[in-house]
Design a protein around this ligand. Sequence first.
Ligand SMILES: C[S@@+](CC[C@H](N)C(=O)[O-])C[C@H]1O[C@@H](n2cnc3c(N)ncnc32)[C@H](O)[C@@H]1O
Length: 223
Amino acid sequence: MVEGEDPGVQLAGGPAEPHAPGGVGEQPEHRRGDVARVRGGAGVEVDGPLHRRAFAQAGDGEVRPVVGDMAQSGLPSQSFDLVWSEGALYNIGIENALRLCHGLLRPGGYLAFTDAVWRRENAPPEVKASFDLDYPTMGKIPDVLATIDRTGFSLVGHFTLPDEAWWDDFYTPMEQRIAELRAKHAADAEALAVLDRLAQEPEMHRRHSDYYAYEFFVARRPT
Ligand SMILES: C[S@@+](CC[C@H](N)C(=O)[O-])C[C@H]1O[C@@H](n2cnc3c(N)ncnc32)[C@H](O)[C@@H]1O
C-alpha cells in the first residue's frame, strides 16, 4: 500500500506491500511523498504538467499520471487497494466523490481523504464569505461521517490536521513569495492589488482558524 510515518498512512493500515494506489486531485510535489513512493498506481489531476513532472520524479515512472476530471477518470472499477485524496474531493461534491471512490476500490480497499469542515458556529462574515465562494456546502465532522456511512464505507478513523499543515508547506512560503513579489512589482498598482487579495487568505487563517479545519478521514470499503 504505502510507506511512511504519516498518521493517515498508519490509519490506513500502516506501511505495507506497495500495491495499486490511486490519487485524485493530488499534486504529489506538495506533500504526501509517501503515497507517491508506490508501484502500479495511477493519479488523476486536472493540472497536467505539474502532476506529470511530480509523479515522474516521485514514482520512478511506475505511477501513471492521468490528466483529467476525477469524476470521469476512466480508471477501471474495483482496481485499487487505496485511494488517497487531500482537499480535492469537494470539487465534485463530497457524496458524489465518495461514491466514485467506492467504485474504484476493491472490496477491503481504503479511502484516505481530507475535507474542510466547520469547527464552530457563527463564523465571522469574512470567513463565511470565503467558504461560500470556495466550498458553499462545507459541513461539520458528523456530516462527513454520515456521508461515509451513506456511501457504503465503514469508518476506520479520523483526526484534525494540525495548524502546521496549513503553514509549513503552504501559507508560510506563500507569504514569503507575496513579499518578494510586492517588492518586485512595487510600481505596479494592479499587481499589488492582486497580491493584497491573495494575502487575505493566510491573514484570515491567522485570525479565524478556530472556525474551520481540515479533517483527515480513513474509510474502508467492506470486504
Ligand atoms: C486544494 S487543491 C489540493 C491539492 C493537493 N491535493 C494538496 O493537498 O496540496 C485541489 C486540487 O484538486 C484539483 N481538482 C479540482 N477539480 C478536479 C477534478 N474534477 N478532477 C481532478 N482534480 C481536480 C485541483 O486542480 C487542485 O490541484
